[in-house]
Design a protein around this ligand. Structure first.
Ligand code: 5AD
Ligand code: SF4
Length: 435
């Protein structure tokens, strides 16, 4: 195999897909592929897809349609669909779009090199199994080439929670935790290649059970790694925030004061219909306990509006919860019917009702985000600089609370944590002056 095949990966959806795309690129690197940032000169195009909300599959089919010309111009171009749409649609993708050569589900990426051999022979390759083995373990070791100072590390996949709206338990399968020894050795490799901050990923990351003491146990192991300065994790379910993890937020200096803890709704009736297995009050109590451990914690969340049966009163309960909690930032979505999930069977709300609620809810969340950021002006943040800004002499990094921070700093500060005074707050970032 020649050493200069070009691979273009387009990534949709969550951070786990970003991580998976990196690992797929590494796996195909062993077959002589190097990544390119345009599909135009690629020998392989992979769409790493997301299925969490509506029209995901339709978007993938229309994106594929746009590659027709490229395929006609280069018969050696191979096109693959990976990720959750691949898992959900399977061979239907090749049936509907015969120019697709390869369909690979999220649990089978380690088989990509063999699948590449198959497609290079002119055959189709399809793999949407849920194999027993750890795909990450089967993948090539991560490269030591110099890399960004921040990295994702998937420690857990799948979910057993079965929220009534969500496809994840079907597309990503049952909850599986990677053994901590493998996670820790991967973390060492990342740190040796210059990584200062690791974000542990999982669809239900705080349900991690690959180490004694769960996710908190793993965090304390990672805390011992010299050179690793920051640890984060996402995304969590309120029912898996155990005492040890709450304590770690108060006592582990490397664990950053930021927590993404989705509640979805503030109405107990809707939470029950969503099969969330917690109430608005239990969530608020939990937040109080976490804030007692770490008072400056910046809280993030996910909200769904327009879930089947949601009344004006239910929606007002969600607005009240948001006012009570005060989020530093959050994600919010209109409920989207996912075929095969329990909520899809229920009568749906009119779209304009949901759209109106979403607008109101987002306005409230935005006002909280802005107020929180404005309150930081005059204070100090610790910034891990990740890249150069657009203006000369400017670097961009993240505060401990995950704000984007711009500041004038020498290039040597890239990859370093620097203390800065916040001088200005914009809707999505802070401006700082290094101290
Ligand atoms: N409709 C709208 N939002 C959804 N999410 C998951 N499934 C759906 C759906 N069917 C949101 C939830 C979840 C986030 C990742 O995506 O808020 O926390
Ligand atoms: Fe989906 Fe998260 Fe609920 Fe699991 S806990 S079913 S991933 S929303």
């Amino acid at each position: 195999m020649s050493a200069d095949k070009k691979l273009f990966i387009k990534t949709y959806g969550c951070q786990m897909n970003v991580y998976d795309s990196e690992r797929m690129a590494e796996a195909l690197g062993g077959k002589g592929y190097v990544q390119t940032d345009t599909p135009d000169d690629a020998d392989m195009i992979l769409l790493n897809t997301c299925h969490i909300r509506e029209k995901a599959a339709e978007k993938v089919y229309s994106e594929l349609g746009r590659f027709k010309g490229l395929k006609a111009a280069n018969p050696d171009l191979k096109i693959g669909v990976a990720g959750c749409v691949a898992q959900a649609e399977g061979e239907e993708i090749i049936r509907r779009q015969p120019m697709v050569d390869l369909v690979v589900g999220p649990q089978s990426y380690h088989r990509l090199p063999a699948m590449d051999d198959t497609v290079r022979r002119g055959a189709k390759a399809l793999d949407t199994d849920f194999p027993e083995d750890d795909k990450f373990d089967m993948l090539k070791k991560r490269k030591r080439a110099s890399r960004a100072p921040t990295a994702f590390l998937t420690v857990q996949e799948g979910c057993d929670k079965f929220c009534a709206f969500c496809v994840v338990p079907y597309t990503r399968g049952a909850e599986v935790s990677r053994p901590s020894a493998r996670v820790i050795s991967e973390a060492h490799e990342l740190v040796e290649s210059g990584v200062k901050e690791i974000t542990l990923l999982g669809q239900n990351v705080n349900a991690y059970h690959g180490h004694e003491g769960g996710l908190a146990g793993l965090i304390w192991e990672l805390d011992k790694i010299d050179g690793l300065e920051r640890i984060r994790f996402t995304t969590s379910h309120p029912n898996d925030m155990d005492d040890a993890l709450i304590d770690a937020h108060g006592s582990c200096d490397k664990l950053m004061p930021y927590l993404h803890l989705p509640v979805q709704s503030g109405s107990d009736r809707i939470l029950k219909a969503m099969n969330r297995k917690h109430t608005a009050e239990s969530y608020i109590k939990l937040i109080e306990r976490i804030r007692a451990a770490r008072p400056d914690l910046l809280l993030s969340g996910d909200f769904i509006v327009g879930f089947p049966g949601e009344t004006d009163e239910d929606f007002e309960d969600t607005m009240s919860l948001i006012r009570e909690v005060n989020y530093g930032q959050a994600y919010s979505f209109k409920y989207s019917t996912r075929p095969g999930t329990p909520a899809a069977e229920k009568p749906q709300l009119p779209d304009d009702v949901a759209a109106d609620r979403l607008q109101r809810l987002q306005a409230l969340l935005k006002s909280q985000q802005i107020a929180n950021q404005d309150a930081m002006v005059g204070g100090r943040v610790k910034v891990l600089f990740e890249k150069e800004g657009r203006e000369a002499g400017q670097l961009i990094g993240k505060s401990e609370y995950l704000h984007a921070v711009y500041a004038e700093a020498p290039k040597e500060a890239l990859g370093q944590v620097v203390e800065a005074k916040v001088v200005e707050s914009s809707p999505n970032s802070l401006a700082g002056v290094c101290l």
